[in-house]
Write a protein that binds this ligand. Structure first.
Ligand SMILES: O=C(O)CCC(=O)C(=O)O
Length: 269
């Protein structure tokens, strides 16, 4: 089926679910404040996930054909030990990703944590292939973003059941109070950059965030997180959507993003 047909079919049949509200309860908001993350299953239905998976794989295949599929670590496709492929600025790559970040259920959820002025700051599909999917080291998102007052959150949506075996996210509950020192793991002169990890982290308290397909993990931008290798014979597909409080001053990160990469998604009415 042609891509546009798939999109409109999806829109008509499965996407907008009326006035469904997804705001967090006070207890959930408090849990998020205390631990720095929340995990929830059952956000998207089966048909929605199936459609997004299809568009996701179409996008991965197209980027690969165009030789622009980026590996998180090295930016190159050839690194056999580390394969975490990125659909960068996903909303500029496929309409289905634009629909997702404009979904009122998702924005309600984000509004519960950031308030009513919401801007996208980063958006990536993160694809770990079967067997060769690599590890992403401990880091905090606001190390990259530099948003004032740490007013950003990440919604990490699972398109496959995310498990310890296939490389789910791991968190350090309660360790989201300050920015830690990061070091660059690869040399930018060799075009191996934009990937930092926390130096000397004590990760004894780490917990895996296993999420069912269609569910999400949402984390504070100072929550240290990592993911391990995919040791299974199926890919691990996920989408990370990073949102900032749009009332904050523009962080430097925005200067290096392409036009249209950081749209306003919701404004106080
Ligand atoms: O999907 C992964 O394995 C890592 C994602 C991540 O580090 C992030 O969303 O910031």
């Amino acid at each position: 089926m042609h891509e546009e047909q798939k999109e409109s079919l999806y829109c008509a049949q499965t996407w907008w679910q009326g006035d469904e509200v997804m705001r967090l309860t006070q207890a959930e908001t408090e849990e998020f404040e205390n631990t720095g993350y929340l995990v929830s299953d059952g956000f998207l239905g089966d048909a929605e996930v199936g459609h997004i998976q299809e568009c996701y794989m179409d996008t991965i295949d197209r980027l690969r054909r165009e030789s622009s599929l980026e590996n998180v670590q090295s930016g190159e496709d050839a690194d056999a030990d580390f394969q975490v492929y990125q659909i960068r600025t996903a909303h500029l790559q496929h309409a289905v990703f634009r629909m997702l970040i404009n979904d009122s259920r998702l924005l309600d959820l984000v509004e519960s944590l950031l308030g009513p002025d919401i801007r996208l700051i980063h958006y990536q599909g993160l694809y770990k292939p079967a067997q060769t999917g690599g590890e992403v080291g401990w880091h905090q998102d606001n190390h990259y973003f530099g948003v004032a007052q740490n007013r950003t959150v990440t919604v990490w949506l699972a398109l496959d059941d995310a498990t310890v075996e296939n490389g789910c996210m791991w968190y350090l509950p309660g360790q989201h109070r300050m920015l830690l020192e990061h070091e660059q793991l690869w040399d930018t002169a060799e075009k191996k950059g934009f990937y930092f990890a926390i130096r000397n982290i004590d990760d004894k308290g780490a917990v895996p965030a296993e999420v069912k397909r269609g569910g999400f993990a949402i984390h504070h931008c100072l929550m240290p997180h990592r993911s391990l290798k995919n040791r299974t014979d199926q890919p691990r597909r996920a989408i990370a959507m990073h949102f900032m409080d749009a009332t904050m001053p523009d962080p430097n990160m925005l200067k290096i993003l392409p036009d249209g990469a950081a749209p306003m998604l919701r404004r106080r009415s």
